[in-house]
Write a protein that binds this ligand. Sequence first.
Ligand SMILES: *[C@@H]1O[C@H](CO)[C@@H](O)[C@H](O)[C@H]1NC(C)=O
Ligand SMILES: *[C@@H]1O[C@H](CO)[C@@H](O)[C@H](O)[C@H]1NC(C)=O
Ligand SMILES: *[C@@H]1O[C@H](CO)[C@@H](O)[C@H](O)[C@H]1NC(C)=O
Ligand SMILES: *[C@@H]1O[C@H](CO)[C@@H](O)[C@H](O)[C@H]1NC(C)=O
Ligand SMILES: *[C@@H]1O[C@H](CO)[C@@H](O)[C@H](O)[C@H]1NC(C)=O
Ligand SMILES: *[C@@H]1O[C@H](CO)[C@@H](O)[C@H](O)[C@H]1NC(C)=O
Ligand SMILES: [Zn+2]
Length: 498
Amino acid sequence: MKLNIITSSLILSNIANAAVLPQAVFEIEDYLISSIDSLPLVNSTELQSLITTEALYSRAEKLYEIASYSNKSFGHPTRVIGSKGHWGTIGYIKNELKSLNNYYNVTVQPFKAFMSEVFEFNATINNEIPKSLIEMDMTPPTPNKKPVYGELKLIPNFGCNDDDYLNISNNNILLIKRGECSFGLKAQLTSKFGAKAAIIYNNEPGEIRGTLGVPPDGVSVAPCLGINLEEGLKYESLLLNGEILNTMIQIDSFVGPITTVNVIAETNHGNDENIVMLGAHSDSVSAGPGINDDGSGTISLLEVAKQLTNYRVNNKVRFAFWAAEEEGLLGSNYYAESLTLNENEKIRLFMDYDMMASPNYEYEVYDANNIDNPKGSEELKNLYIDYYKSHGYNYTLIPFDGRSDYVGFIEHGIPGGGIAAGAEKNNAENGKVLDKCYHQLCDDLTNIAWDAFLVNTQLIAHSVATYASDLTDFPVREIENSKLNSMSFAYRGDKLII
Ligand SMILES: *[C@@H]1O[C@H](CO)[C@@H](O)[C@H](O)[C@H]1NC(C)=O
Ligand SMILES: *[C@@H]1O[C@H](CO)[C@@H](O)[C@H](O)[C@H]1NC(C)=O
Ligand SMILES: *[C@@H]1O[C@H](CO)[C@@H](O)[C@H](O)[C@H]1NC(C)=O
Ligand SMILES: *[C@@H]1O[C@H](CO)[C@@H](O)[C@H](O)[C@H]1NC(C)=O
Ligand SMILES: *[C@@H]1O[C@H](CO)[C@@H](O)[C@H](O)[C@H]1NC(C)=O
Ligand SMILES: *[C@@H]1O[C@H](CO)[C@@H](O)[C@H](O)[C@H]1NC(C)=O
Ligand SMILES: [Zn+2]
């Protein structure tokens, strides 16, 4: 059967080259469809049984080898966008999918992303280095990467309006409270009113791990660092008492545009009015090879895509491999934003698979619902819950707050959800961090829980088999709400934006 498909796809490409009569193409296409027709309809139990740890392991080894293509430029393995390791990953994904006997239509979608890296930063206020000092992702460097000096100036309110920036001199470094608007806007206003740099302090306990986001075209952004609430309040009260706080900030960083690509693979058969979509991100952070984040999701999707070719589907299945997730979900947002209304309406749901195999894992399900999120999100959540329950695994509901690639879909009215195995938080059962190597060099082959990887990949197979065979019980798309569902999430990717 497979041989027939190979033959006909070979013939098809020869025909395309030779530009023969349309009649001949017709016959061959009929033949191709009839060989798909002779495949059994996808069955969840069977598809799951084809997923093996051995196959996941050999793909993980391959990804690590690909990440090492970056050794020469980065000094260590990474699959960050723009690196040899990332382009190698893209090539691997495309080749794997294209080798599947013309079962998939494999395309790439180029888009402009921003690469950013903070190499070094420092600040002193009144000659002391704030203990909680942290970089803001996407911050530009200080001029020539040299220190800038100035008097610290307290900005009233949240620093979201022009009116908050009266009385600023170009000798000032600003102290701004977190909240109300994005960190990016605060950094833009800092620059617009001529101050040298800004320090944003948290408005709640905990670390302020934020990003300034993609810089808008032609708008200047000031260098920016963060400190915690306690230290912010300390400097605030000193300033309110009229003290002069001499401040220094120095940042060495790089922010620059780059072109990268999403890879999309869709079954060539199945109902194209009912598209079942799922995605993982192909990139890692620059610090390491990203074998769990999100090598695991990438591998799961590739393996499910491969095994699916043993079956026929009723509904089209579309696999997405997003780029620049780590820069703020740029690939998936670009994709969702670029859909025409007609294309949007055909996507029945989107399933996000990011970090499937964290070493000290828990089985996490995004806590979506049908009131705040497009209708269907809750049914998807329940599919995952039912699966974990029926297999006797504990599961944890985690906030649906914008940390992965489902955001663009939800914001455009497409039901969404997903599962994960955990990042920097602690496992409730043993109190230890879920992924000790999250966004670090050690996210390598030793950073994978193979048992969770297998369970989660089988669950992905189950989700695909379930919806690819039947969507009749799944809520129909509520088209009129498509563009009205914009929500504001605190996160975009792993960083806070507001
Ligand atoms: C799927 O396959 C399993 C095992 O082969 C079988 O028991 C089950 O009946 C099948 N399900 C459907 C819906 O055909
Ligand atoms: C790449 O660098 C890592 C160390 O960070 C090393 O373990 C690995 O062997 C290197 N691989 C190649 C192919 O150079
Ligand atoms: C393959 O997918 C691309 C992108 O969606 C589409 O433009 C093209 O028509 C598809 N090709 C086939 C043969 O379906
Ligand atoms: C930060 O700046 C202070 C003051 O200039 C300096 O003493 C210190 O060594 C710097 N720290 C780093 C890590 O560069
Ligand atoms: C600007 O300075 C004036 C005069 O000192 C003061 O009344 C006003 O509150 C200041 N405004 C801001 C936003 O700091
Ligand atoms: C589920 O959680 C309970 C309570 O924490 C624990 O006692 C039990 O061992 C867990 N079960 C599994 C399968 O992990
Ligand atoms: Zn991720």
